[in-house]
Design a protein around this ligand. Structure first.
Ligand code: UT7
Length: 339
């Protein structure tokens, strides 16, 4: 399904409210786990992991770190970039499937820790697509005129749901957090469109059981890697085409694509099918592995810091994962006058 922003009603007046990213931040735990380290844990090789995934190393949270504590670090950076104080936030959304607690939401812990006392807070679970789902949700709260300043987070501690004896999964994932501040503006640029989707028939292709279901545990991630791989390549292509078309843009008008960081082979295959130069895809999976809902905001943050985005550029964020879920968002990048 396609949704169109940003024209909406605002306080009874027809008014365009653009939802613009004005701040970004990331947090990666200190501990580095290399492919060489994994050779000592499971029957694998450094060379296999690099060749089949593009991953060289990933970060592992310390015992006292959680999705909320990492999100707070990323959030503080994003608020600093946006020059916004926590008490100006209207809403905190944390995309995570590794929350600190079953309830309340990790976003509630983040809200308290930041002192965002005027903000509503909730978590959103759309697995690895979660951050873009959350960003789309934030853009709609802004387009409707409901909220002005929203903190959107992706934060994960997959190291706690990995079976460290399963070589087909434990080599892929890492921990980390990313954040953006999204603010209302009466002038462009901002978010243009998004595409969200899900195919529940693929639930069993990648999932983690939990204590509230019928499964007695252990609660480790299960994945049919090659099935997810094929789905990922197809859906990146489909969602990217859809979101560009919905804004009447050609793929050549897109300056940068920030995909979910799961595997460089997935990204290269998508680039090939889309006939987009692979260099237009931002890649940092080599450093952090797959950080699920945190991967897109961490990558976006690094893309900005690396000078890969200029004012007026069109950027597509695109993700996929458990659900089977997918999400793409098209943004026109740049600073401008806020409301
Ligand atoms: O956020 C979304 C999350 N998930 C993904 O994006 C995952 C998508 N899938 C993938 O990235 C790839 O499917 C994997 C990296 C997981 C696996 O790569 P593959 O090229 O699809 O390998 P495969 O599963 O077809 O396995 C090929 C062989 C198998 O051996 P046999 O049966 O051919 O003898 C596996 O047992 O590779 C073996 N294998 C390994 N060998 C060394 C699987 N994992 C490993 C390993 N080290 N870590």
């Amino acid at each position: 399904m396609l949704y169109f922003a940003p024209i909406s009603r605002w306080k009874g007046i027809s008014l365009a409210r653009y939802a613009r990213i004005t701040g970004w931040g990331k947090y990666l735990p200190e501990k580095v786990l290399t492919n060489k380290d994994l050779e000592r844990l499971v029957d694998t090789t450094e060379a296999w992991i690099l060749a089949r995934t593009g991953i060289k190393e990933r970060r592992i949270a310390a015992d006292d770190e959680t999705a909320s504590s990492m999100a707070v670090h990323a959030a503080r950076q994003a608020l600093k970039v946006a020059k916004l104080s926590p008490d100006s936030l209207d809403l905190v959304i944390t995309a995570t499937c590794t929350p600190d607690l079953i309830f309340p939401a990790s976003a509630a812990l983040v809200q308290h820790e930041l002192g965002a006392e005027n903000a509503a807070a909730f978590d959103l679970n759309a697995a690895c697509s979660g951050f873009i789902y959350a960003l789309a949700t934030a853009s709609q709260f802004i387009a409707s005129g409901t909220y002005t300043n929203i903190l959107v987070l992706g934060s994960e501690v997959y190291s706690r749901i990995l079976d460290w004896q399963d070589r087909s999964t434990c080599i892929l994932f890492g921990d980390g957090a990313g954040a953006v501040v999204m603010q209302a503006s009466d002038t462009p640029p901002g978010s243009l469109n998004f595409v969200l989707g899900n195919d529940g028939s693929g639930v069993d292709l990648i999932y983690t059981p939990g204590p509230c279901g019928t499964n007695k545990g252990p609660y480790y991630i299960k994945m049919s890697g090659s099935e997810v791989f094929k789905f990922a390549v197809n859906i990146i292509c489909l969602a990217t085409r859809q979101v560009a078309k919905s804004a009447n843009l050609d793929l050549k008008d897109i300056e940068l694509i920030v995909p979910h960081q799961a595997n460089t082979r997935i990204i290269k295959a998508a680039a090939k099918f889309l006939e987009i130069p692979a260099g237009k895809f931002f890649v940092n999976v080599d450093k952090y592995g797959n950080t699920s809902a945190a991967s897109v905001p961490i990558a976006l943050c690094e893309a900005v810091e690396a000078g890969r985005l200029r004012n007026g550029d069109h950027v597509v964020l695109v993700g996929f994962g458990g659900g089977l879920s997918w999400a793409a968002m098209l943004l026109e990048w740049g600073a401008g006058r806020k409301l």
